[in-house]
Write a protein of this length. Sequence first.
Length: 317
Amino acid sequence: MAELKIYGSRGSYGTDFPQCRGFGNSNTCVGLWLDKEVIFFDAGSGMPLAQKDIDKLEPDAVTIALTHYHADHVSGILGTGQAFFNPRGVGTNLIGPYGLSRGLMRNLEGLNSPGNFSMYKNLNSLTQVPPGQRYRTTEGTEVRSFTAGWHPNDHRFKEGDLCFDFFRDHGVVAYTIDVEGMLVAVTSDQEFRFSRGEDNVVKPIVNVNERRDAFIGKVFGAQVLYADGQFTEREYTGDFGLDVRGYGHASMEEMVEMAKAARVKLLVLGHHKPGRSDTELESLERKLQRENPGQDLVFARQGMKVDLESLNLSQVA
């Protein structure tokens, strides 16, 4: 078995709007199911839904790979038995970029008390996997980390700290994994054109082409690329009066162009804008598919499964 399953496809914060339930209201959580293990990319509010599959499929190993430490990507850890108790005794290995313990606790302590790891009885390990480094799961699968653009982060690192430059210049990582000769890439909350400082001033990123080219090189030839597509290009450029530049999200049109340049076979766009209705998402999906006939693409839906070899899609309630 080698399949990708979407447990949460919504961005920024979870909702429960009836008009959004087709695509789902839960935050980012993407599971890569292999023969004996599962690797989750991010643990937003979709993570507790994944616990049902863990209980049913009983993997021998569970890894959670965090792209960054904002609450919409980590809060699901609080709602899953995988962090507290697993009847089979299979613990979770948690990986992420610089500042794993500090960044994770800083965002979880606002949701849960006490703010320490003593209550998470089923966590085997916490391992920092900075950009350019590799992590091997207990089943031997290699997970590679790389910088994915820019996203605002503040974990109170000061200039001179080991990872200050990472949070100033990047703030988020992406991951690639080779599965039976197929490349799988997962990224979220990535922006390439603008950043925004603590003074809330939008600044152009000077090496935007270099960053785009680096990203394209890392995901080149991917069988599946899961990426953030929270805003349309018109929203991103301020056509509707709201300046969303520098909040750490590329436009969906930009990600389509980068997927085409990287010769990605299937692009899955997620991290949908909170409150964007099923009707609007379906309309945008059809528009992008119509305008890009040479690029297979689909919008992530909660419960959607992608068979990695055939790229066949199925939907689970």
